[in-house]
Design a protein around this ligand. Sequence first.
Ligand SMILES: *C/C=C(C)/C=C/C=C(C)/C=C/C1=C(C)CCCC1(C)C
Length: 251
Amino acid sequence: MSKFFNKLSIIAFLSIILLPSISHAEAALDPGDLVGISFWVISIAMVAATVFFLWEAMRIGGKWSTSLTVAALVTLIAAVHYFYMRDIWVASGDSPTVYRYVDWVLTVPLQMVEFYLILAAVGMVAGRVFWHLLIGTLIMLLGGYFGEIGVLAPVVGFVIGMAGWLYILYYIFSGEAAKSAESAPAAVQSAFKAMRLIVLVGWAIYPLGYVFGYMIPTVDAAALNGIYNVADFVNKIAFGLMIWSAANSST
Ligand SMILES: *C/C=C(C)/C=C/C=C(C)/C=C/C1=C(C)CCCC1(C)C
C-alpha cells in the first residue's frame, strides 16, 4: 500500500513540475524542421525515462536505488530544460545556449556523482574522486560556454573544453577512479566500464557538435543543436540504462 502511495506522489510531483513547460509552446512545429522535431521527441523521451528510472529505483531498491534516483534526476532536469529549449528553437531558430549550459552544469556533475555512488555502494572509493571529476567537468563546461557566447574565440574555448574532458578520461581510465574500481564486484565493475565507455564514445559527440556549429567556418545553429540533441539523448538515457542493467543483474 505504501508503495502505491509512493508511486502516486511521484506522478503528482512530475505533473506539477512538467505541466507549465508542456503548456508553454508558442509556435507550431514545422514538419520540415528536423532539429525542432528532435527537440520535441527528446523532451518527451526524457520525461518517460524519468518515470522509468524512479519506478525502477523503488522496485529494485537496496543500494542501487540511490544511483537510479540520480539517473532520474538527470533526465528530469533535462526534460524541463528541453521544453524551454524547444520553444526557443521553434519560435526563433536561435540556439538556446544559456539553457543548454544550465542543464549541463547540473546534469554532468550528477553523472560524476554516479561514478562515485556506484563505487561507494561497495565501499571502494574516496570522496576526492568526485571532486577531481567535478573540476574536470567545470573546466570543460566553462571553456565551451565562453567559446559559444563569444567571450573567448571559439577555438580557445574548444581547447579549454577538450582539456577538461581529457582530464576526466585520464581519471576514469587510469587515475584513482579506475584503481578504485579494480577490486569491485563484477556487477559494479561492468557498470563502471560501461559508464566510462559512454564518457569516451558518447561524449565525443559534443565536441563534434561544437566543431560543426562554430568552427567550420561560420555558426551553423541547426548542425550545433541537432548534434547536441542526439548527444543528450544517448548520454542521459543510455547512461541511466547502464546503471539500470547493472542493478538488475546484481539483484
Ligand atoms: C547531459 C549532458 C552531458 C553529458 C553533456 C556533456 C557535454 C560535453 C561532454 C561537452 C564537451 C565539450 C568539449 C569536450 C569541448 C568543446 C566544448 C564542449 C563543452 C561542447
